[in-house]
Structure formats: C-alpha cells, structure tokens
Ligand binder design. Structure first.
Ligand code: UN1
Length: 522
C-alpha cells in the first residue's frame, strides 16, 4: 500500500477525497505507517447512503442466482489474495498469521455458502382456505443497510454482514473500524474489483463517536438506511438499538462477551488446559469469544491451576510477522492496551489474587516466552487472577486483552449458576466427559453458543453466531439464520376464482356434527 497517497472513500463507483485525515500503523512496529485515510464528513456518509439508495432497485431486481454468482466471484477474488490480505491483517491488527489466514478463510467460506444461497432464498407456497386461490411467500430485501464493524476481525466479521446483505438484494454503506482501515480498504477493493455494480457496496472511513460511525447510525434518523448492522460494545449497541427503535427498525447487534469456560472434575485436564490457554490468550484475548472466567470444579482446582500456570509461563509472545509460532502478538493499538491495563486496579480494589502477569511487557519486565522488541508495540503479560467472585468487576466486565480469572466452584450446579452470573451471554464452554453434566450445561447455560470439550471460540461460517442478554438483541449472523436479518417476508395471494370470496367469512368450513359418546356405544 502506497504511503504517499491518502486513501479515499469508495462510494458511488468513485474515489472520494476529503480534508481531515488519520493514519494506521503496524501494531508490531508503530514507526511503520501503513496508510493515511480520510475522515468522512456527515455529508459524505449521507452521500454514500444516497448512492446505495440509487443502486438499490436495480440490485434488488438482479436475479438472486446472479447476485449469488457475483458473491462467488468475490469469494474467488478473496481466495486469490488470501496470503497478502492475511499478512496485512497481521501487520495492522497484530494477530498471528495462522489466525489471520483463518480470518480471511472465514470470509471465503461465507462467500461460498451464500453463493449457492442465491439459488435458494426459498419462499413457500401455502394452501389457501378458499378454492382457486394461491398463497405464496417471498423474501424481499430491506433496502439500504448501514454496517459498522470492530477491528479485531477485520475481514471475517464484516463479511458476515456484507455478504448475506448483498445476496439477499440489499445495498450497503460500510464504515469499518478506524483501527484497521488498511485491511478494510484492501478488502473493499477486492469486493469492488470482483464485479459489484457501482453504488451497491459503498465504504466510508473514519472514527466512531462524533464521526463517521455515528453518522452511519444517524442515517436511520435521516431516513437514508433501512437497517443497521453493528459489531462492537454493548454500550454503543444500546445506542444503536435506541435510534433503530424510534425508527421502527430491527438492527443486527453483535456485542460483547465475558465467556465462561467450565472444567469439571472428570475432564481430560490436558485438553482442558490447552483449550483454556487458547480461549483466554489467542488473539491476545481480543475476541468477543475469548474466555473471561475459567470456572474449575473444586476437586481438580489445584491440579488444573498448577498445569495451567505451567502452560501460561511457556506462552510465546512477540511480533507475529517475525516469529510465526507466537501464541499472540501486540494489542491492536495503544487504546486497547490502556483499556486492558485498568484491570490491575480493579483486581486490587476487589481483593482478587494476581497469580501471574505484570502489565505491559518492557525491556525490564518480560515473560520468558517473549521474543523481539517489546517497545516496538504494546504487548501485555499473560495475566491470571484467582479468588475471583461474581460480585467483582474482574468477573463481570469484558477486558479484551490477555487476562483470565480462575474461579473455584463445587459441582455442576454451582458451575452453571456461576457461568450464568454475568450480564453477557455470547459463548460458553464445558470440559467434561459426563453426559449428564454436559447436557445440564447445554440446556441451562445462558449463551448463544456452547462448546463441549472445545474452546469458547471457533464459530464456523454456516452456524448461527450471536448471543443473549447483553451480548446482543437476538439476531444471528452466518448460516441460513442470518437471512432473516436482511429480508422481510412478503405474503402474496392470487385469486383466480373471478369472484369476491372472503377468507373466514366465505370459507366452506364443515359444520360440527352431533358428538359421539363412546360410553353410550358400549
Ligand atoms: C469476534 O470476536 O467478533 O469464533 C468474532 C470465533 C471467530 C469469530 C470471532 N470465528 O472466535
């Protein structure tokens, strides 16, 4: 990506420039500027929405199998660019190359799933209660969709919204995270280059509050979008919900998580330790599906803790472009690091015990698994607390960094009650080989996603992704379930009888007959 050029907004089939700019830096080497981008003004965001509106009718009328075919071309285009795009994700966002490849692959999988959905998008034919009358249902596009996404999955998560919205015949205004504009720009160029007509897919760059992100949300009040899809914090999600509510819209909200991972007394402890290390520390804990509380059954608590701490001490951390086998890299940027750092004060105030971790990794304070230059980015020590209780801030709040709490419980009932004692309800996991415990957990956990003997992560592109409680508003992404978020049902009847026949009133219902009494027969 050229450093000299300021990268434009991409809307209405044009490159649109502006005045104010912001830049994006390599998260592992903050002296490396990846690119400079324009901050969209409110007028530009509205202009992008008008372009989407202008393109909406023709795109909705494009046969769904043809829209699906374009999505297939998008999938192929992403696949061709998988490796350079993954490298850009690693540079800008800081996740490992293996995970970055997974991030891109999830978008490819999404395209190939929805390519064929263009050949389904089934409606129903329904029997009528009148003769010579046909009933049928159609999925219709909503119109213009505003999309605002977070920076931790720069490609996968935007694709969960963009791809199904497009295949169902909507047009889009996307405001990607200001933390990953370079990945988003590259992703948008791939999409636009694959054959989407001008105005169908529009991208504006900029910040969130009092900036482009907020302007996209305000498009609901402006009457310029018919739907808003958002991934980010529960606080902003509530705001999106309020604006949507007064406009009688139903937004897609994928919000935070504080995901429990339960380890029961019969669990395969080595598998549980590995799963709990990945769930807590992969992506530096910056996934909405990262584990927040590891809830351990009392009889195995000490043994689990011993093996877990031994594994945590061995975690390799560093610049993921230079050292491929690190478990995690730097924070996305300083803002994420500063937010994570506050937990040390919370833990101290609440009286939790710090088992491992010392804040920022520096020259003088580095875990043995750290490789490289700690000052080139913001790196955090893997951090482990114990003695954490549901009333504590550490237990309740999403920390979005490499931090985990060990919580001791006694038995399955207390494990489930404790797992449910958070405001969030996104993902969850239990390690046990006892089917009754696994079933009890599966049935009683308040979460949109549950793993049995697996990490809290690992959503696949054709399974429903989303949460309950403070993690969302019940909408789901991915698979067939997401179709309901980008379409409305249209019921149509066709009366070929040539006369007025009124449902309920003219229906030839059978009159009830005299009741048969079996007792009188025998
Ligand atoms: C997110 O963190 O917003 O299941 C999405 C997972 C990934 C997606 C996470 N496939 O962890």
């Amino acid at each position: 990506m050229s450093k000299s050029k300021v990268h434009p907004h991409l809307y209405a089939g044009r490159e649109v420039v502006g005045e104010r700019t912001f830049e994006s830096r390599n998260s592992s080497d903050t002296s490396d500027v990846l690119g400079v981008f324009y901050e969209a003004t409110k007028e530009q965001v509205q202009g992008a929405a008008r372009a989407a509106r202008a393109a909406a009718k023709a795109w909705a009328k494009t046969p769904a199998p043809v829209r699906g075919q374009v999505i297939g071309l998008v999938g192929q285009a992403i696949e061709r660019e998988k490796e350079p795009l993954a490298r850009l994700i690693t540079r800008e966002m800081g996740k490992t190359l293996k995970e970055a490849r997974g991030d891109v692959q999830e978008a490819i999988d999404t395209c190939y799933f929805f390519q064929s959905e263009g050949r389904r998008l089934y409606g129903q034919t329904v029997p009528s209660e009148m003769p010579r009358k046909d009933l049928m249902t159609y999925r219709r596009p909503l119109g213009v969709v505003g999309i605002v996404t977070a920076g931790n999955f720069p490609v996968a998560v935007p694709s969960w919204k963009i791809i199904p919205a497009l295949v169902t015949g909507n047009t889009i205004v996307w405001k990607p995270s200001e933390d990953v504009p370079a990945c988003s720009y590259a992703f948008a160029k791939i999409l636009l280059g694959a054959g989407l007509p001008a105005g169908v897919f529009n991208v504006v760059f900029g910040g969130g509050k009092d900036a482009a992100g907020q302007y996209v949300i305000e498009l609901m009040d402006d009457g310029l979008v018919d739907k808003l899809a958002f991934t980010g914090s529960s606080a902003v999600g509530r705001y999106v919900g309020e604006v949507a509510g007064r406009n009688l819209q139903h937004p897609t909200l994928e919000l935070g998580g504080k995901n429990p991972l339960v380890v029961m007394r019969d669990a395969d402890l080595d598998n549980a330790v590995q799963g709990a290390v990945f769930s807590a520390f992969a992506t530096g804990g910056q996934r909405c599906t990262s584990a927040g509380n590891v809830i351990v059954d009392a009889p195995v608590y000490d043994e689990f803790k011993k093996r877990y701490l031994a594994a945590v001490e061995k975690i390799r951390i560093g610049d993921p472009l230079k050292t491929e086998d690190v478990l995690y890299g730097p924070f996305i940027n300083e803002r994420f690091f500063r937010r994570w750092e506050q937990q040390y004060a919370w833990g101290e105030a609440d009286g939790a015990t710090l088992l491992y971790g010392k804040g920022r990794i520096t020259d003088d304070s580095r875990p043995s698994g750290f490789v490289g230059d700690p000052n080139a980015g913001f790196y955090g020590w893997p951090t482990v607390w114990e003695g954490v209780k549901p009333g504590m801030r550490l237990f309740q709040e999403e920390i979005f960094g490499p931090t985990i709490n060990l919580v001791k419980v006694d038995g399955i009932e207390e494990a489930i009650t404790t797992a449910n004692a958070v405001a969030y309800g996104l993902s969850s996991s239990i390690y046990t080989n006892n089917r009754e415990w696994a079933y009890a957990f599966k049935d009683e956990i308040q979460a949109g996603m549950t793993s049995i003997n697996n990490t809290t992560n690992g959503a696949e592109a054709h399974m429903p992704f989303g949460g309950v409680k403070a993690s969302g508003n019940g909408t789901r992404e991915s698979g067939i379930w997401v179709l309901d978020s980008y379409t409305y049902w249209h019921g149509v009847n066709d009366d070929i009888s040539g006369k007025l026949q009124l449902a309920q009133m003219d229906t030839a219902y059978v009159e009830p007959q005299a009741a048969v009494s079996v007792a009188e027969l025998f």
